[in-house]
Design a protein around this ligand. Structure first.
Ligand code: FES
Length: 110
């Protein structure tokens, strides 16, 4: 879906690194943001809406929209577009806690 710009030359590439997304290996280049690396993952989403559960993906790529929130090395709510990849980084998509999606009636039952 996404490609490197044409001036990206094979003889001038930064070092390759490997991160994991939910345990799956994702290749990236040193200097890429986590969000840029995750845009090559399939399916492309970083979190689910806590209201509807709909998948969300990086949008602005500059720290404004917060659509790219992920868990990085066990720390939740990190903006993937603002953090450079590091070899061995463990990234997890964020899913809402089950209680947020529970019907309103069940919240008053117990
Ligand atoms: S993509 Fe908008 S804040 Fe990260």
């Amino acid at each position: 879906m996404f490609n490197r710009r044409p001036e990206w030359r094979a003889d001038n590439q930064p070092r390759r690194v490997t991160i994991t997304l939910d345990g799956m290996a994702v290749e990236a280049f040193e200097g890429d943001s986590v969000a840029a690396a995750l845009l090559s993952a399939n399916p492309v989403f970083t979190r689910r809406s806590p209201v509807s559960g709909a998948p969300r993906a990086p949008y602005c790529m500059m720290g404004i929209c917060f659509e790219c929130l992920v868990e990085i090395d066990g720390v939740p709510n990190r903006q993937a577009c603002m953090i450079p990849v590091r070899d061995g980084m463990a990234v997890k998509r964020q899913v809402p806690p089950p209680a947020v999606n529970a019907p309103a009636e069940s919240a008053h039952e117990s």
